[in-house]
Design a protein around this ligand. Sequence first.
Ligand SMILES: C[S@@+](CC[C@H](N)C(=O)[O-])C[C@H]1O[C@@H](n2cnc3c(N)ncnc32)[C@H](O)[C@@H]1O
Length: 238
Amino acid sequence: MTLTSSSLPTTTAPRPELDVYLPQQDTQLLIDTLRSRGVAGARVLDLCTGSGAIAIAAARAGATEVTAVDASAEAVAYARQAAAEAGVRIEVAHGDLRRHRGRYDVVTCNPPYVPTPPESEAALHPAGPSHAWDAGLDGRAVLDPLCAHVPDLLVPGGTLVLVHSEFADEEASLRALRAGGLTAEVVAERVIPFGPVLSARAGWMEEIGMLERNRRIERLVAIVAVAPGESGPAGGSA
Ligand SMILES: C[S@@+](CC[C@H](N)C(=O)[O-])C[C@H]1O[C@@H](n2cnc3c(N)ncnc32)[C@H](O)[C@@H]1O
């Protein structure tokens, strides 16, 4: 593993040989949303941390404590080294987000959300860290448990900042978060061209009616959800 600078880039060419998701446009959208809301003085939990880019951005923006979690041992090792090189203190834990416990002012998450065909046809599965994007037929294999668990991770008035693609159904995320007692809304969007994984799956998505013929752009959404109670740092109404 080689990290070349103390500042992780936020849009990086995919490196299929590396089993870690390097920062992309979704990462950047989450960081921009986090910065626009402010995180100074907050205790932050970054779920699905990957390279640690979001956790590092939170620490640099003045979070008092940052914890990061990932199910991939390689991502955990990468994020620990990235934090050390960036000169910020981050507790990086190896584990499934569903089993993480604790209460935080701010929870961030850029989960796997790419709709994934059931059979493993090689052409639909480009090389790279598939654990970072494969998310079941509807793209919600990680989003659904995340939305169900996040109310148990927030202090009163605490905030979730979540990013995913339109193809994983933002209305389903909003409904699930509201069902958990949070206020929730889409606060930012970004339209980007398909990357390698969606490009590989575009034909399949057209066949199942998930994608209009020949459309090759996706809309990323940033969702902010706020727990009931008095606002903590970076809290406020969604
Ligand atoms: C899209 S990447 C995001 C990486 C980074 N946060 C970013 O925005 O660049 C998703 C990450 O989620 C991790 N992951 C997948 N399922 C998980 C789970 N159930 N619990 C914790 N981490 C998980 C993957 O290993 C991967 O590192």
